[in-house]
Design a protein around this ligand. Structure first.
Ligand code: SF4
Length: 734
């Protein structure tokens, strides 16, 4: 009998009764998928779909994008400003005028009493670029604090720092199209299928058409590692040793590209001297990769006609994060793999607009990759904004990860958090609690009133989210894409741009400096300021960006006027000798001595603790934790534990255990899997009061990014499983 013949049911796609589809760009990760959101006759958002003609995703979306229309009316949205005198009282609702007058007054009081820098501002990678630019103007030209940063320090600071050290500027030189040209791809600490599923699909499509070796460096057997030709299960935090040893082999066997080095680089002799100390036999004892494999991988990479490296948090979130990025750049420079098709160093960014904040927020200086340290750049921006250049600091202030310790020591008294949730995202939760309690005044500006950090706030400002407003994002491959407004923000919540403009009015300088209200007018300021810079967007405007489903920068006014079509902009950076951003036009080869400064497992805490992302969730789950189809697949935190280690410890699948570090403990469910080796556990970072109760978060000396992925823990079994499950749940709900 033929099974089911004649009775087979076809898949029915529910008719959502969409009457209008609006083009926009996904608001989760930096892949930058073009997405259309469908609204029904009542104006309710009911569906999302990928855009077929968009080069990035070619019609695809991941599980987050598919349900993104559900975030607009998810639970917990803030719809009115909330205020209270102290954090032990309940909040009261208030109007915007009162909220913003209070905010302006409190900031002034703190600055008058303790100095301008005693009030700090920490934002995000989630705002629109026009909003980042406006916040930078407000901070640098109006409020005037130098302690200003974004939560991108937790994810991308090492990439920024590494690019600047090697090439003289931030800015990823490659793009996704390089997958279609490369002859070898090395992925360093990047689990694309879970972190950036659509980039993974682009990579797999390229591999199916044209097989080329995929080498994955990761201590875990991640999904990407399972699909790799070679998996290097490296000892956590030792990537620099592997990079130096690969370089040792390349130079020893004369596999370097001498012509490229001579035309493009300085510092070769110093690099050569340093890598002599990393012969593969000695290096293997530190990085855990055997000598022959190091030699093999080095030869494959150097002999490929073109080779590229991608990386994510496995490199960045380390005390050697910036060095790890420089090490990747060293490898690519020595082998002539920058600025050519399929040869590049491509950092896979995290948040949807982490690139936008890097380019335009002025967090690390001034807009358009300008820096505070150069008087001519301070002068140029001061003139453009109409302020005294002396109002600007002459060097960058504290990063996010130094701002919190400065609150602890009393140097900073007030804080404005914008779309970031440090109570879940920062290392060492218990220490963070004490720090937040010390603040004299905390403003939390967020789309969600139930974000954990509001426990410590005096003022809550409800903000619009994603496509409730209009503006641009820049993705991993420098593609500027448009977010069109799909629906209105709930209640009395306002766009972040509106809030920044209104705050500006509460300060003396804010009355002098122009703050355009329309996002397109803000873009016009950025467009003018970008002329002649690396990040030149002067050929773009909002409509042209939408027409082309995103345009990569640089795309200049001259290119636009010449009618260069299609205006895809700059596919690659540094394609010609002499174009690196140092004064001599050359890239720097930088020697990288390895110093083992991490917390490492010992007798008391014998296991490595690793943390990372899940495909269903984004960051601290403020959005995905409210979307049924995201939340139901990963509703609770868990801990990956090797089955052999579990047998030795007497732990069964699904059992709750206590994971303990020198900072605190987390109660989690054990999931037995060979994805982790016997000496390691892995806990996703999305859940409140969980893995970051344990993490140490030592800082990279260059980027100040925390080493979330290298801490030491032990496991304790728990007698009463019901109590343990209850405790695990209670801790997550605040
Ligand atoms: Fe959105 Fe990233 Fe998923 Fe694309 S891959 S749909 S940008 S979350």
């Amino acid at each position: 009998m033929l099974f089911g013949r004649g009775k087979k049911k076809t898949i029915q796609i529910a008719d959502k009764k969409v009457v209008n589809w609006t083009y926009t760009t996904c608001g989760y990760c930096s892949t930058g998928c073009s997405i259309e959101v469908g609204t029904n006759a009542e104006g309710k958002t009911v569906a999302s779909r990928g855009v077929g003609g968009a080069d990035v995703n070619r019609g695809k979306l991941c599980v987050k994008g598919i349900f993104e229309h559900e975030i607009f009316d998810a639970e917990g949205r803030g719809d009115q400003p909330l205020i209270r005198d102290n954090i032990h009282q309940g909040y009261e609702t208030t109007g915007w005028d009162d909220a913003l007058d209070t905010m302006g007054e409190k900031i002034r009081q703190i600055q008058q009493k303790y100095g301008r820098d005693a009030f700090a501002i920490v934002s995000t990678g989630q705002l629109l670029t026009e909003e980042f630019y406006t916040l930078g103007k407000l901070t640098r030209a109006v409020i005037g604090t130098n302690n200003y940063d974004g939560n991108t320090t937790l994810c991308m600071a090492s990439a920024v720092s590494g690019y600047k050290r090697s090439f003289g500027s931030d800015g990823p030189p490659g793009n996704y199209e390089d997958f279609e040209h490369t002859e070898c791809l090395m992925a360093w600490g990047s689990n694309l299928p879970e972190q950036h599923p659509v980039i993974y699909w682009r990579l797999q499509e390229a591999r199916e058409k044209r097989d080329f070796p995929l080498i994955v460096v990761d201590p875990r057997v991640t999904m990407l590692a399972q699909n790799a030709d070679i998996h290097l299960a490296i000892t956590p935090g030792t990537d620099v040793v592997l990079q130096n040893a690969m370089m040792y082999v390349i130079l020893d066997e004369n596999l370097e590209d001498r012509d490229y080095i001579e035309a493009n680089c300085v510092g070769f002799e110093q690099l050569e001297q340093e890598v002599q100390k990393y012969d593969p036999a000695s290096a293997s004892k530190i990085c855990g990769i055997d000598e022959d494999t190091i030699r093999n991988v080095a030869r494959i990479y150097a002999k490929a006609g073109s080779a590229m490296s991608i990386w994510t948090m496995g490199i960045n979130q380390s005390t050697h994060g910036s060095d790890g990025v420089v090490g990747i750049n060293n490898l690519n420079l020595v082998t002539g793999n920058i600025g050519k098709e399929g040869g590049t160093s491509l950092s896979i960014t995290g948040q949807c607009n982490a690139m936008g904040t890097r380019e335009w927020s002025s967090c690390s200086g001034l807009p358009g990759y300008r820096v505070l340290e150069k008087p001519e750049e301070r002068q140029e921006i001061a003139e453009f904004w109409g302020v005294d250049p002396e109002f600007f600091p002459k060097s960058r202030g504290l990063t996010e990860t130094d701002i919190f310790p400065a609150i602890e020591t009393g140097q900073i008294k007030g804080l404005w958090l914008i779309a970031t949730n440090p109570m879940t995202s920062m290392a060492n939760t218990e220490r963070m609690r004490k720090i937040m309690e010390k603040l004299e005044f905390l403003v939390v500006q967020d789309s969600y009133a139930d974000v954990e950090t509001t426990q410590y706030a005096h003022l809550f400002l409800p903000a619009a989210t994603w496509a409730e407003k209009e503006g641009t994002f820049t993705n991993t491959e420098r593609r500027v894409n448009i977010v069109r407004q799909v629906t209105d923000a709930p209640g009395d919540s306002k766009s972040d741009l509106w809030i920044f403009n209104q705050v500006a009015k509460r300060f003396e300088n804010g009355k002098k400096v122009k703050f355009p209200e329309a996002p397109a007018d803000v873009f016009e300021e950025m467009r003018v300021l970008s002329k002649g810079r690396l990040v030149d967007i002067s050929g773009m405007d909002h409509d042209k960006i939408e027409e082309n489903r995103g345009i990569q920068w640089p795309y200049t006014q001259e290119q636009a006027e010449k009618g260069e079509q299609p205006p895809q902009g700059g596919k690659r950076l540094y394609t010609e000798p002499g174009t690196f951003r140092y004064a001599d036009g050359r890239a720097k080869l930088i020697p990288l001595p390895f110093i083992d400064n991490n917390e490492v497992p010992d007798e008391q805490f014998p296991l490595w603790l690793n943390s990372g992302r899940l495909v269903e969730h984004f960051h601290t789950r403020t959005k995905t934790g409210k979307v049924g189809n995201n939340n139901k697949y990963s509703p609770i935190p868990f801990m990956e534990l090797n089955p052999d280690a579990a047998i030795e410890m007497g732990i069964s699948q699904g059992e709750y255990v206590r994971c303990v570090s020198r900072r605190g403990d987390a109660v989690v469910m054990a999931m037995l899997t060979q994805r982790v080796p016997k000496n390691m556990v892995f806990i996703p970072f999305h859940y409140h009061d969980c893995v970051n109760r344990l993490t140490l978060g030592l800082l990279d000396p260059h980027s100040r990014q925390p080493a979330f992925k290298q801490s030491a823990v032990r496991i304790e079994t728990l007698e009463n499983q019901e109590e343990a499950a209850q405790l695990s749940m209670e801790r997550r709900a605040f």
